[in-house]
Ligand binder design. Structure first.
Ligand code: NAD
Length: 250
């Protein structure tokens, strides 16, 4: 079943990990996809990987600075020029942090907030302006995290940023409902990507052992939730923060 047939979707942080898998699954399910990365080089590598899998058609790469409204507008206009419209925005780019409070610099704290929150605001505003003009509704899906509900014992900028993502999700869902633009979030638990591979065994092993469904999440688990929330099957769902975490509730 082609869940998102004919829809045009933008996926930020689409060059690897969860975002790359979202882009790939959307393509397999009939969407046209603009994959956004921070550098043209990594965007081209991701496009080449998709081409190897026979998914070269219906995909383009963009590399805007996600916190810069002008840069994002220019990139999203290029998506409209190529694919004619924007139906779905997947705000997925994000960085993590594990710094203890006493060692944090304000710069580091702000860097996490900038990408994880400000970029979501900038990209959503740019995409929604286009969706409102189209007048046919749309879907915004944000990547939150299980720590956006429970907190975590270090790197407080990261859970703080995801609480903010949840706040934006719930508020914009209400604000944009009259335009039939649905705003939801997916809250992954520990998911098998570079972000997790970068963690030491001493952190990751006890985390996996504590997951009731007995395994780490795979990027496909997260992409499936994105597919559902982007599809017309979720036409009556807005303002949800959907946990996809194997029941991990630390
Ligand atoms: P990843 O590190 O594999 O990928 C992150 C993506 O964000 C990459 O495509 C990268 O290019 C992009 N990115 C990083 N800095 C950027 C910048 N300055 N500008 C533009 N793009 C930038 O991570 P992932 O695990 O795939 O994470 C994706 C999302 O899922 C993030 O929002 C993360 O917080 C969230 N998440 C991940 C996990 C997990 O366990 N992996 C759990 C919960 C939530």
């Amino acid at each position: 079943m082609a869940l998102v047939e004919g829809k045009v979707a933008i996926v930020t942080g689409g060059t690897r990990g969860i975002g790359f898998t979202i882009a790939r699954e959307f393509l397999k399910n009939g969407a046209k996809v603009a994959l956004a990365g921070s550098r043209e080089e990594t965007v081209n590598e991701a496009l080449a990987k998709l081409a190897e899998e026979g998914l070269a058609d219906n995909v383009m790469g963009i590399a805007p600075k996600l916190t810069d409204p002008e840069s994002v507008k220019e990139a999203f206009d290029a998506v409209v020029a190529r694919f004619g419209r924007i139906d779905v925005l997947c705000n997925n780019a994000g960085i993590s942090s594990r710094t203890p409070l006493v060692d944090y610099t304000l710069d580091e704290f702000e860097k996490v907030m900038d990408l994880n929150v400000n970029a979501v605001f900038v990209c959503t505003q740019a995409a929604v302006r286009i969706m409102i003009e189209q007048g046919e509704g749309g879907a915004v899906i944000n990547t939150s995290s299980m720590v956006g509900k429970h907190g975590q014992p270090s790197g407080s900028a990261y859970p703080t940023s995801k609480f903010a993502v949840n706040g934006l999700t719930l508020s914009l869902a209400r604000e944009l409902a009259p335009h039939r633009i649905r705003v939801n979030a997916v809250a992954p638990g520990v998911t098998h990507t570079d972000m997790v591979d970068a963690l030491p065994d001493s952190v990751i092993k006890p985390l996996i052992a504590s997951i009731p469904l007995g395994r780490m999440g795979e990027p496909e688990d997260i992409a499936n939730a994105y597919l559902f929330l982007a599809s017309d099957m979720a036409d009556y769902i807005s303002g949800a923060v959907l946990p996809v975490d194997g029941l991990s509730r630390p």
